[in-house]
Write a protein that binds this ligand. Structure first.
Ligand SMILES: NC(=O)c1ccc[n+]([C@@H]2O[C@H](COP(=O)([O-])OP(=O)(O)OC[C@H]3O[C@@H](n4cnc5c(N)ncnc54)[C@H](OP(=O)(O)O)[C@@H]3O)[C@@H](O)[C@H]2O)c1
Length: 253
């Protein structure tokens, strides 16, 4: 970008429940700033969650715009260790506009970063910890908690394990965050952890961007593992060109 040019914002239109053209950030944020566990994924039409191993290869500018807005309203961004390692996460910081919005709305400038990991095989020297605006929360098993001393002063280590103690339990992880006042929980994956959250019936909402590509290949789908099927309700359909931005909510009795 050269001096005088402004970054163009990808247009996002509403299709359902009401048609709307050129939604503003305020329009989009109005219905996103609510408590609950929200998943966010991007997928190709044929269900791939990565291109060349990364989600970024699939993501359009409209998806990135919504991704930023979802982080803007989150108290905590929850990510499993596999995705943290593969996608090269660093410190959890939102852009300056989002930080200003958050502070104007009585929130800390940046969301807390929470990481789910059985083994806690994470580098305590990573910027995730050394550059963190607030110490991340590490949700783990009793075996993982044995590595807690490595993260002393850099992260809070919380055991949130299944009865067998070998995995992080989705419901216990969510409860641990809520107990810390972190009620707007945005989970950015990955597929294995999403499966654990579905199994625990912990998911309130799914934001799913469908990018207009056919990928084939060996990429995963958005959730894996064993779980009881859960019905969801279509809450919102947005579009940006050929990209669809869907939001599904938990069906409540
Ligand atoms: N398209 C998208 O929107 C999107 C979003 C996210 C990820 N992805 C892609 O998905 C791929 C990664 O898939 P994945 O299924 O391996 O992701 P994942 O769920 O992030 O990673 C699996 C790892 O996370 C930890 N983990 C997950 N669930 C756990 C549980 N219940 N208890 C304890 N630890 C748990 C474990 O780490 P430890 O080994 O440390 O115990 C496990 O090895 C990457 O290629 C990434 O780019 C795509």
């Amino acid at each position: 970008m050269t001096a005088g040019e402004t970054e163009s914002v990808p247009q996002i239109d509403g299709l359902f429940p009401a048609p709307a053209t050129g939604l503003s950030d305020a329009d989009l944020l109005a219905e996103l700033d609510a408590p609950g566990l929200r998943m966010n994924f991007v997928s190709s039409i044929d269900g791939a969650v990565t291109r060349e191993g990364l989600s970024g290869g699939l993501s359009s500018d409209a998806d990135k715009r919504l991704f930023g807005l979802l982080r803007r309203v989150a108290d905590v961004v929850l990510v499993a260790a596999g995705t943290v390692r593969t996608e090269g996460y660093t410190a959890m910081r939102v852009d300056p506009e989002s930080a200003a919005w958050r502070e104007a709305h009585g929130k800390p400038a940046h969301p807390v970063f929470a990481i789910a990991s059985g083994r806690l095989d994470l580098d305590p020297e990573s910027p995730i910890f050394t550059d963190a605006p607030t110490p991340p929360i590490l949700l783990t098993t009793p075996a993982g908690a044995a590595r807690a001393p490595l993260f002393a002063g850099r992260a809070e280590v919380v055991v949130a394990a299944t009865a067998a103690g070998d995995r992080v339990d989705g419901a216990a992880a969510v409860e641990a965050l809520r107990a810390r006042g972190l009620t707007r929980i945005l989970c950015e994956g990955g597929p294995t952890f999403f499966g654990a959250l579905i199994a625990a019936d912990a998911v309130d909402e799914l934001c799913l961007t469908i990018e207009p590509t056919l990928e084939a290949g060996e990429a995963r789908r958005i959730a894996t593992g064993r779980a009881t099927p859960r019905n969801m309700r279509l809450a919102r359909v947005l579009a940006s060109g050929d990209t669809l931005l869907l939001r599904y909510s938990r069906v409540t009795a």
